[in-house]
Design a protein around this ligand. Structure first.
Ligand code: FES
Length: 129
């Protein structure tokens, strides 16, 4: 499914976000496991990743109706929107659930960062809905 673009206003790309990929080839076709970009306030981590060729699964199109966009926020969680109940319910379905688990489509950049996100390898094999 294609990513549903939000109509949130997005600020200038000034917030540093680092993606650490457990399966970089599966996500990008390249072997480098680290990718760093600048995101803008109002942008989701999934949108930022997809804009830069990191193909995180998003079976529901980014509307909090699956758990395939699961990531771990390793740093900078205070620079992201807080998880609402709907996200907490969904993310519990993700394999490998951890305390820092989030759905990347629901993580909206709201602060100055820096943000570090780990993308688990098994997201690539998640069952599509
Ligand atoms: S893409 Fe389905 S919940 Fe994020």
């Amino acid at each position: 499914m294609s990513l549903k673009k939000s109509d949130r206003p997005v600020g200038p790309a000034v917030v540093p976000v680092k993606f650490v990929m457990e399966d970089p080839e599966g996500l990008t076709g390249k072997t480098d496991p680290i990718a760093e970009f600048k995101g803008g306030e109002g942008q989701s981590l999934l949108e930022l990743a997809m804009d830069h060729g990191i193909n995180i699964e998003h079976a529901c199109g980014g509307v909090c109706a699956c758990s395939t966009c699961h990531v771990y926020v390793e740093q900078g969680e205070k620079s992201l929107s807080e998880a609402v109940e709907a996200e907490e319910d969904r993310v519990e379905e993700a394999p490998g659930l951890q305390r820092n688990s989030r759905l990347s489509c629901q993580c909206i950049i709201e602060g100055k960062g820096p943000i570090v996100v780990r993308v688990p390898a098994w997201n690539r094999n998640a069952v599509k809905e």
